[in-house]
Design a protein around this ligand. Structure first.
Ligand code: MOS
Length: 735
């Protein structure tokens, strides 16, 4: 009997499609109260006076919480640098700052009372431009971050000046990638209550229950055991639930009031008050020899962190590695900065710095290919990292086979790259293609680390319990790994079934509750399948051993610890920063309306090395989902902020792709080159297919129109303008 490698139905599918599944907003408890938050809605201000007296007297109001009520008024996944609430005489640093939490008998009473709160602000100048914020003369926004620089990562390998001396062609560009909203199905929501054991309990969506528990306990100044975190069904996360939103304030209210409390943020509140993908500015200079060997790359990365760290320093770490792409480059100089501003705070989002870094790296490669008159796939094949080659960090890629060449070759083959580009050549270049609709093709590839990396201890714990007398009748798996919609719980069941040689139906999951499971680490960094496979396998094997020793029930806990990693060495970025990688390549075909600037993605081929496919259909789902999400980032999702305020807080003006927008066709090619350190060779894959899409689309738009567009998203106005300016430049050069 085998369960690994089968496209078994998801264990959560039935409850989700029938509506039986309880999302945080669906949970109602007897006697529950409702909470509403007063957000600052201004980017930078001092609170001179805060008067909640009218709100306190309003009908139905039970209690009004302010900063003074938070025992330890700070939180943060990396540093405790963000306040839970901002009080009188304190400073608001972004629009999503929480000022007051009102708790009332009904939601509308809470809302009404919130509107009676009087706050006297003294507005301060908002620093919203990263370049200005980095100036010596700029005012310091956060006391921890001198010169508004939260983090600087330098990477030095070889000597770029000498490298560029060998270059026959050099490409220099400045790229900009925008913020992105996670747009998960359910906005932030949850309930809190005191459970039978007297623990303050929070049922809300997240990505790492035990970390949420730690942060809540810290802010409430409670022992960790006094806090319990439960994950109900989660309507997507994508990194957007890595940081605290409603958890601490919910816990505070239930703890103080000893009554259940519920909150649901509106979509608009979600849009302005949880972090976004980091906008980045990447200045890149790359050189290659005439025969297509990369000789040097210099990249400066500037990331807008907003006022607090969230996961910014780690996202920056990934961007610093990704910005030189999956290539063996002898001479590298990278300087990456996370800069503090008064914009909406930024943090984790699928790809975690990888998409931004690769957008620059891969567009540099496509431009170099053009300058060299070389096919972009061929140029890649000459430079892709191989086993033993050194990354910018001067360490090789771990895990045995480095399948970059294989994914690139396979992707090109399945897409029909040679035939397509041959056809393009035969039909003539874009310059003579004068029709309104022009088609083009583009290529990009990527690597992405798996796991927390940078020296953070990494692992996962699972407990497996075997019940029965003679035969194992059923098995219970305790695991805290979050089912954020990616299929993690199905993976857990499949892994347990595989080891125990049981049908999946006999595996029961007790999941995502800090009271019943050990720490699993987070559902992030494409790590969960990798970690779950080790932890559930270990626990299942240990339980089987006990079963053979006649223990009934046979219960075993296994704590998997991953190989250690290094943080970047502070002077040159040297280090073994990651335990494992996944590799991916994409080829796309687009159609550009040269009059309106509309870009339609016609088809995408994605080759993704997942090491070992636990559930191929779920992988296909991840690939198609990642492509839709990346297409939004690349083309339609225009998250606009002006002076620190969000101009697009609704889905009516922040446009995520709908069913009519996604590609007509996505060919998912699942490859399986085992990772030496992964259980059964498993690699992670959830983020990878997001990463190459934007640069592949930009290359395809260039192929169709002649214009290079270095700034996302490819809104119609921007595309039309670039086509026009490109045409004019060419005319001037008499091309
Ligand atoms: Mo993720 S962006 O590592 O949740």
């Amino acid at each position: 009997m085998t369960a690994l490698g089968l496209s078994l139905p998801r264990v959560d599918a039935r409850a989700k499609v029938t509506g039986e599944a309880q999302y945080p907003g669906d949970i109602n408890l007897p006697g529950q109260l409702w909470m509403k938050v007063l957000f600052a809605r201004r980017p930078h201000a001092r609170i001179n006076r805060l008067d909640t007296s009218q709100a306190e007297r309003a009908p139905g109001v039970i209690r009004v919480f302010t900063a003074r009520d938070v025992p330890v008024n700070e939180f943060g996944l990396i540093f405790f640098d963000a306040p839970v609430m901002i009080g009188e005489s304190e400073t608001v640093r972004w629009i999503g700052e929480k000022i007051v939490c009102v708790v009332a008998e009904t939601e509308s009473q809470a809302e009404h009372a919130r509107d009676l709160i009087e706050v006297e602000y003294q507005d301060l100048p908002a620093l919203t431009d990263v370049h200005n914020a980095m100036q010596e003369s700029a005012a310091q926004i956060h006391p921890h971050y001198a010169r508004n620089i939260m983090k600087h990562i330098p990477i030095r390998k070889g000597d770029t000046a000498r490298g560029f001396e060998q270059a026959d062609v050099v490409v220099e560009s400045v790229y900009h990638t925008p913020a992105q909203e996670h747009a998960y199905l359910q906005p932030e929501a949850g309930v809190s209550y005191i459970d039978d054991a007297g623990r303050v309990t929070i049922a809300a969506a997240g990505q790492w229950a035990h970390e949420d528990q730690q942060q809540i306990a810290h802010a409430l100044d409670l022992p960790v055991e006094k806090v319990r975190v439960i994950y109900p069904a989660i309507g997507g996360a994508f990194g957007g639930r890595e940081d605290m939103s409603v958890q601490i304030i919910l816990a505070l209210a239930a703890w103080r009031l000893n009554r259940p409390v519920k909150i649901i943020w509106t979509r608009e509140e979600s849009m302005i008050a949880h972090h976004k993908r980091h906008p980045m500015w990447l200045t890149a200079k790359w050189g290659a020899t005439r025969d297509g060997k990369l000789v040097a790359a210099e990249v400066e990365v500037i990331a807008d962190a907003g006022p607090y760290a969230y996961t910014s320093t780690k996202v920056l770490g990934n961007a610093a590695l990704a910005c030189t792409g999956p290539y063996a480059i002898p001479n590298i100089k990278v300087d990456a900065y996370a800069v503090v501003t008064n914009n909406v705070v930024t943090g984790a989002f699928r790809g975690f710095g990888g998409p931004q870094g690769h957008f620059a790296a891969e567009t540099q490669m496509n431009k170099l290919a053009e300058k060299l008159g070389m096919d972009p796939v061929e140029l890649r094949m000459k430079n892709l990292l191989r086993e033993g080659d050194l990354l910018s960090t001067q360490t090789p890629l771990p895990g045995g086979v480095v399948s970059l060449r294989q994914v690139v070759e396979k992707c090109a083959e399945e897409f029909g790259w040679k035939a397509e580009s041959g056809k393009q050549k035969a039909e003539g270049s874009f310059a003579i293609r004068n029709s309104q609709f022009a088609r083009g093709i583009g290529f990009a590839c990527a690597l992405k680390n798996i796991g927390f990396s940078f020296g953070f201890p990494e692992g996962a714990t699972a407990t497996v319990e075997l019940r029965g007398a003679v035969e194992i009748e059923h098995a219970i798996v305790h695991h805290a790994g979050a089912e954020v919609g990616q299929g993690a719980h199905t993976v857990m069941a499949q892994v347990a079934a595989q080891v125990l040689k049981l049908p999946v139906e006999k595996i029961e999951l007790v999941a995502s509750d800090t009271a019943t499971s050990g720490n699993s680490g987070s559902a992030s960094a494409s790590r969960l399948t990798w970690m779950v496979a080790h932890s559930v396998r270990g626990a299942a094997e240990a339980a089987l051993q006990k079963w053979r020793e006649e223990e009934r029930p046979a219960i075993a806990t296994y704590e998997y610890s991953a190989p250690p990693t290094d943080n970047y060495a502070p002077e040159d970025g040297r280090g073994k920063t990651n335990i494992a990688y996944g590799y991916v390549a994409q080829a796309v075909e687009v159609e550009v309306d040269r009059e309106t600037g509309q870009v339609r993605v016609v088809r995408v081929t994605c080759a993704d090395d997942v090491g070992r496919a636990v559930n191929p259909q779920m992988i296909q789902g991840q690939i198609e989902g990642a492509i839709a999400q990346a297409q939004g980032w690349a083309i339609t999702e225009n998250f606009l902020q002006k002076d620190g305020r969000v101009l697009t807080p609704y889905f009516s003006n922040y446009l995520i792709p709908g069913v009519m927008d996604v590609p007509d066709r996505v060919d998912s090619v699942i490859m399986e080159f085992p990772d030496e350190n992964g259980a059964w060779g498993i690699r992670g894959m959830a983020e990878m297919p997001f990463i190459p899409l934007a640069p592949a689309i930009v290359a395809a738009v260039h192929n169709a129109t002649g214009a290079w567009i270095d700034e996302l998203p490819l809104t119609p106005g921007r595309v039309v303008e670039k086509i026009k300016s490109n045409r004019e430049e060419r005319k001037e050069r008499n091309e």
